[in-house]
Design a protein around this ligand. Structure first.
Ligand SMILES: Nc1ncnc2c1ncn2[C@@H]1O[C@H](COP(=O)(O)OP(=O)(O)OP(=O)(O)O)[C@@H](O)[C@H]1O
Ligand SMILES: [Mg+2]
Length: 298
């Protein structure tokens, strides 16, 4: 484990495929990508200049945990998080990368975010208020914000390069991916979510919703890719304070958001720094989420 924080990676010898808000993705060879989870954190869609110590490690270890746990539902892209098993180019920067890097099978990623919602929040709540529906699912009238839905629903979205993803209906996914693939992605996403949600509920965390990505591997087989069931790809709520009728505190980002709300910041980049005690308290939340879910200290 490295105690240093990491805001950005750079590998002169590897091709950078993409720098996301949190993760840096490199091409290792024709068949593999290296996904590095940095300690960057975003709030209100802006990346903050302050790193969150150990965040990248938590994201990586949680994804690894879920990939293992859910591998009987669908195969995934994970090859290894062990630097010793990666190429020498990667090993040369082992201090930076240890614990926060996944080598994965490269896939042809479907251009659809496979969102599943078990609770009514975020854009789902907004759509429901406007139309009584979320992505074509008619929901019972009179639901409160953050209410648990009668059944989890598949609420896909487009994968926007910039800006916000747009919610679409299953019918629209069918137009993009065809009937068979759409059905498979929907059923698999729902199965993954149900299993994870039930598991986490017994451990003090509500997974209100989550986003999966899938792709085809070199053999044309559909696999689960990206990160899975981390606080960055999901809404985690503390179960002990859950109370519908309002928005819920985020398990991991609440201190950051609360602090930023005290400032006179217009929520446009550049985002302001956060004080060390807020950053440390946030680290503690990530470690706590990891411990609750896995039963182990990281
Ligand atoms: N096995 C894979 N093969 C090919 N691409 C993959 C694979 N796994 C994940 N990806 C892609 O890697 C990219 C990860 O970058 P992304 O921009 O999502 O980073 P991020 O840190 O999550 O940032 P953001 O918050 O902006 O989403 C995504 O485009 C995802 O589709
Ligand atoms: Mg992403």
């Amino acid at each position: 484990m490295s105690t240093a924080t990491l805001l950005q990676t750079s590998f002169p010898d590897l091709q950078l495929v993409r720098r996301g808000k949190v993760r840096d993705v490199y091409a290792v060879d024709n068949d593999h990508f290296l996904i590095v989870a940095t300690d960057r954190i975003s709030a209100f869609d802006c990346v903050l200049p302050t790193p969150i110590r150990r965040k990248g490690e938590v994201l990586t270890a949680l994804s690894q945990f879920w990939f293992d746990k859910l591998s009987d539902v669908v195969p995934n892209h994970m090859v290894t998080t062990d630097l010793q098993e990666m190429t020498s180019i990667v090993q040369r920067q082992s201090d930076e990368l240890n614990g926060r890097s996944m080598m994965v099978k490269r896939a042809d990623v479907f251009p659809v975010e496979c969102v599943v919602r078990g609770y009514l929040s975020g854009s789902g709540w907004k759509d429901y208020l406007r139309t009584g529906e979320v992505c074509g699912h008619k929901l019972p009238a009179g639901l409160q914000e953050s209410a648990e839905l009668p059944e989890p629903v598949f609420t896909p979205a487009t994968k926007a390069e910039e800006g916000h993803d747009e919610n679409i209906t299953e019918e629209q996914v069918r137009e993009i991916l065809g009937d068979e693939t759409t059905r498979f992605l929907r059923d698999t996403s729902l199965r993954l979510y149900r299993e994870a949600k039930d598991y986490a509920l017994g451990r003090g965390i509500i997974i209100a919703d989550t986003k999966f990505e899938f792709g085809r591997d070199q053999d044309g087989k559909i696999i689960l890719v990206d990160e899975v069931l981390t606080p960055d790809s999901s809404r985690f709520w503390p179960q002990d304070s859950y109370s519908p009728g309002k928005s819920q505190p985020s398990f991991d980002k609440q201190f950051v958001r609360d602090y930023l709300e005290t400032l006179d910041w217009d929520k446009q980049p550049p985002a302001p720094a956060i004080p060390p005690e807020i950053a440390e308290a946030t680290t503690a939340r990530y470690l706590e989420a990891y411990k609750l879910i896995t039963g182990r200290d990281l």
